[in-house]
Design a protein around this ligand. Structure first.
Ligand code: ACO
Length: 322
């Protein structure tokens, strides 16, 4: 009997209407377009307003991914939604999406919280549910509204993030030429204080704001994401030369460049949306994936490497034969 794998069959995305440029940020905090571009590669980001809640953005992205696969909510067995900025403390954002897209009540939906690594974690969970035979089709969503937990007086963090959502439909397959080859997850809780919020439900009954030691995060990010890519390639008996595209977490151009340099990957093999989106946390990888699939750069048969690091610290990679 042939083995069951999972494959990504479609993508969809939603970005808030409001675009906040670096020039506009100059009016909010003591910063400059030049500093932000030079240190991060970011030029603008989208900011969610009004009805654009986390579940709203996630539902829009999910419906677009379903449309692109010519499916409806009825065809989905599970939603695995990665976010750190759900609409409410509970219930999970995923169940609002479940209702919005009209899924059957025999399906299930839940949130995953691994901050900027959330999409890789959620994809890994979907892959394992499918390989175990428990479900046939999942919506994996990465969505965040970091603008709601930023201290807009803190120039060291508020210039880095943006809001957005993207979704992929993952389904069971026996086709070894188009599948998720492997996923690799890690965390190291002893570094939880270098990137955290200064509030939370049980701590002080507030949401809190993002606090970060940027240089420490930078150091760990390059090392750990490079290791996670090496691990993924080794596990599949592949080398960096086999990579068609790197679809990285979009946090900082200098982090991505350092990783690409270690892999000796040319510029055209790196999918970059950072300049337009900033760091959209759990949404950043699927937003980049959606863009490159939609514009035809990524084609069936390509080998994709995805990698992310987020607060926790959490990090991971996924190797995908598209
Ligand atoms: N505008 C102008 N000046 C600024 C700003 C700003 N927005 N922010 C900081 N500065 C100043 C600092 O105060 C400092 O001034 P000083 O020298 O007078 O003290 C100077 O710029 C240099 O600050 P550094 O922190 O040393 O700058 P660095 O080159 O490390 O860049 C940055 C900071 C961009 C945050 C970088 O460390 C980084 O990207 N780290 C990774 C963090 C990250 O990506 N986090 C996202 C979540 S985790 C993830 O997604 C991987």
């Amino acid at each position: 009997m042939s083995k069951t794998y999972s494959r990504i069959i479609s993508t969809g995305a939603y970005l808030p209407k409001k675009i906040l440029t670096n020039k506009e940020l100059e009016k909010i905090v003591d910063t400059s377009d030049e500093w932000i571009k030079q240190r991060t590669g970011i030029e603008a980001r989208h900011i969610a307003k009004g009805e654009e809640t986390t579940s709203f953005m996630a539902s829009k992205a999910a419906i677009r991914a379903l449309d692109n696969a010519k499916l409806s909510g009825y065809d989905i067995d599970a939603i695995i939604l990665a976010t750190t900025t759900a609409d409410r403390t509970f219930p999970a954002c995923a169940v609002t999406v479940q209702d919005n897209i009209g899924m059957e009540d025999k399906s299930f939906a839940f949130d995953v919280q691994a901050v900027c690594s959330g999409f890789i974690y959620a994809l890994s969970i979907a892959d394992n549910f499918i390989k175990a035979g428990q479900i046939k089709r999942a919506l994996v969503i990465g969505v965040d509204s970091f603008s709601k937990i930023l201290d807009w007086n803190d120039r060291t963090t508020c210039v880095l993030f943006g809001d957005g959502a993207a979704a992929v439909v993952v389904e069971a397959t026996n086709d070894e030429n188009s599948m998720i080859l492997s996923t690799h997850l890690y965390s190291e809780g002893k570094y939880r204080n270098i990137l955290h919020t200064d509030g939370g439900v049980s701590l002080n009954q507030q949401t809190g704001y993002v606090r970060m030691n940027g240089q420490e995060v930078f150091k760990h990010a390059v090392k750990r994401m490079s290791e996670a890519i090496d691990e993924a390639l080794k596990a599949n008996h592949l080398t960096a030369d086999d990579i068609s595209f790197l679809v990285p977490h979009q946090a900082n151009k200098r982090i991505i460049d350092s990783i690409a340099k270690k892999l000796k990957l040319p510029h055209e093999k790196i999918i970059l949306t950072l300049s337009k989106h900033g760091n959209t946390s759990a949404a950043s990888i699927p937003l980049a994936l959606h863009e490159a699939v939609s514009d035809g750069r990524i084609k069936r048969g390509d080998l994709l490497v995805m990698e992310a690091m987020g607060a926790g610290l959490t990090w991971g990679s996924a190797l995908v034969r598209w």
